[in-house]
Ligand binder design. Structure first.
Ligand code: F6R
Length: 238
């Protein structure tokens, strides 16, 4: 695991943006696995800035998001679909954005279709991840096996409590989500995990230096040969 510590999250995010820019300049087709939440905000800001100020084109980029809350239509303000539109897609010229649905008839069918789409497009070149307080990546909560695929999952109590600041009350936080699996994520050619602030230091240390275990799903990243961890000083103090 390559671990790079930066003084600020903005500088770390610029390093991630450099990787994406290099891919866009090199390849005719770039599939990015994307995350939501507070962690990637400065990264998306930097991509949008490069598009606006430096003319960086995303015309050959397709994005595949990690997860979506069950029960939220795309236009719901807390859906990850809305988040991605607001933070990224409304401001750049990406070729296509793919998200798991919040509303569906059949979860298995929706998840299988998503996996097929990723394969059909040639796989993920670059996957962005944040880390949950319980060590989740995507919504792969503790207990998620290394070979798990895209599926429906019930959210942990901890994850739902962390989402109260967005939804207002615990009752409004969805009980379940669709998420790419650990196995799906580990098939990405390159993985970049970002984390900021002292609140992430403890779980990062467990995930990066502790035993590889389903109890800390991010620990499975230790088994992938091409992972980069981008963190700020505070997150490095674990
Ligand atoms: C988001 C996702 C989650 C978050 C994690 C950290 O699409 O899949 O794993 O990356 O919960 O969230 P923040 O960045 O809000 O601390």
């Amino acid at each position: 695991l390559q671990i790079d510590v930066f003084p600020t999250r903005e500088e770390a995010s610029a390093a991630a943006a450099d990787e994406v820019e290099a891919l866009l300049r090199k390849k005719d087709s770039v599939n990015l696995g994307l995350a939501t939440g507070s962690t990637p905000l400065p990264f998306y800001r930097e991509l949008v800035r490069r598009h606006r100020e430096e003319g960086l084109s995303f015309a050959q980029m397709e994005g595949f998001n990690l997860d979506e809350y069950e029960g939220l239509p795309p236009e719901h303000p807390e859906s990850y679909d809305s988040f991605m539109q607001q933070q990224l897609y409304a401001h750049i010229d990406a070729r296509e954005s793919h998200l798991l649905p919040g509303i569906y008839q059949n979860a298995e069918e929706a998840c299988r279709a998503y996996e097929e789409k990723i394969v059909e497009k040639g796989g993920l070149d670059w996957q962005l991840l944040g880390i949950g307080g319980n060590g989740h990546i995507g919504f792969n909560e503790p207990g998620s096996p290394v070979d798990s695929r895209t599926r429906r999952i019930e959210l942990d109590e901890r994850t739902r409590r962390d989402a109260v600041k967005q939804f207002g009350t615990l009752e409004k936080v969805p009980l379940a989500a669709l998420t790419m699996g650990i196995g799906t994520i580990l098939e990405a050619k390159r993985i970049v995990l970002m984390a900021w602030g002292a609140g992430k230091a403890g779980i990062l240390q467990k995930a990066l230096q502790g035993p590889v275990t389903a109890e800390v799903p991010a620990s499975f990243l230790q088994t992938h040969g091409n992972v980069r961890i981008l963190i700020d000083e505070e997150a490095s103090q674990g």
